[in-house]
Design a protein around this ligand. Sequence first.
Ligand code: HEM
Length: 115
Amino acid sequence: METLQHLLLLLHLLGWAIVFGGTLVTLRDTRLPKGALHGILTALVTGILMVGLASASDELRDPNNVKVAVKLVVALVVTGLVVYGTRRPEKVTRGLLGAVLGLTVVNVAIAVLWR
Ligand code: HEM
């Protein structure tokens, strides 16, 4: 069970790293990177699966539901921005890309600093 949780965490970290790294690279071109949608959906789905697994298992520590709820809201906003930017590439601005980057950093900070 713990191994599965660690594998999900690995995919979770790769998911948002794709969004962050890719968006940083395409910031100057004012466009979203190709893998952004896959990346944020990977982070979202693996995050939800980890919460489900930890809640259902006796071995794993129960998740902090308030922290997870805040992360979920932030991740849903990022997902909304990425879906919008993917569907309407002509509407992508530096502001939208900055919001994607900033909110991803906010979620990393919440994940690491909220104990
Ligand atoms: C942009 C979106 C997200 C980012 C940048 C992000 C970032 C991170 C980071 C850096 C960690 C490692 C922290 C550690 O293990 O100390 C982590 C772990 C975790 N994340 Fe996320 N996350 C995001 C979205 C989500 C969502 C939507 C959920 C669930 C609804 C979620 C649930 C979890 C869980 C359960 C862990 C395992 C470690 C723990 O209990 O804190 N994450 N996340």
